[in-house]
Design a binder for this molecule. Sequence first.
Ligand code: BT5
Length: 264
Amino acid sequence: MDEYSLQTILADLPIPAIQHFKITGSTNDIAMAWCETNAADGSLVVADTQTSGRGRLGRRWITEEGSALAFSLLLRPTPAETRHLGLFSALAGLAVSQALKNDFDLDAEIKWPNDVLLKRRKVCGILTEAVWRGSLLSGLIVGIGINIAPSSVPPDKELLFPATSIEQELGNSVEMSQFLHSVLTSFFVWRPHLGDSVFFQAWEKHLAFFGEWVQVKTGFAANQEDSIGQIIGISSKGNLRLRSASGEELQVTVGDVHLRLVHE
Ligand code: BT5
């Protein structure tokens, strides 16, 4: 990929500017720096390789050369969107899931809150970061990493959860810039639905482990007990709704959560 070909391929989308790197630290870091300038909503940073790709809470995201998509969208959320900032990761997850269905007929699931799975293996990670100026929101960076070729999948010892790539599940090769176009198209189609009923229905429809018993570990407090329950849906705030063994409803808010199937 290069900047010129990306500009051509993405020309029909509301993307006013693109920066492409053969190699960079993290596209989210580049987008955050760009956010401090007058870069407009929808500006895009794409990299072929990341040397310090980031996951949540300081975890690493591995992007091997030319085998994966790694990109960050710089958004300037509207006041209405600002009320739903926490839902942008799910929006990105929906966009990726929809693109996988449209382009390859692959049924992806969203592991709450923000991983996209194919056959219960992680194919995509999403890191959304807000940039504040004092108490005012300056921008939101939506960083998306998608494993395309088998070589993008890190060795097991690097993984907290099993991983896969699109080509592994499909058995065919994938044209990366075309798939990027599909994901971004889907993102901009879904964006006006952020937080509405159609959005929550689609999210629930894609929710991994629906009806299954899971254990959710919230990592902030050392003495915090895990929540164990059967997944029954998503609340209007984007919380995960669980039903405990005693029939009580529990809600888990997005934080440092590790969601696992019970008895796995
Ligand atoms: C995420 O964090 O899954 C968010 C990843 C976001 C990556 C994108 S790439 C573009 C942009 N620029 C960045 O610097 N980041 C964003 P988390 O849920 O914390 O998961 C991180 C964990 O995923 C790691 O600890 C590993 O276990 C695992 N992992 C790392 N690389 C992976 C890969 N390529 N495929 C599958 N799993 C991976």
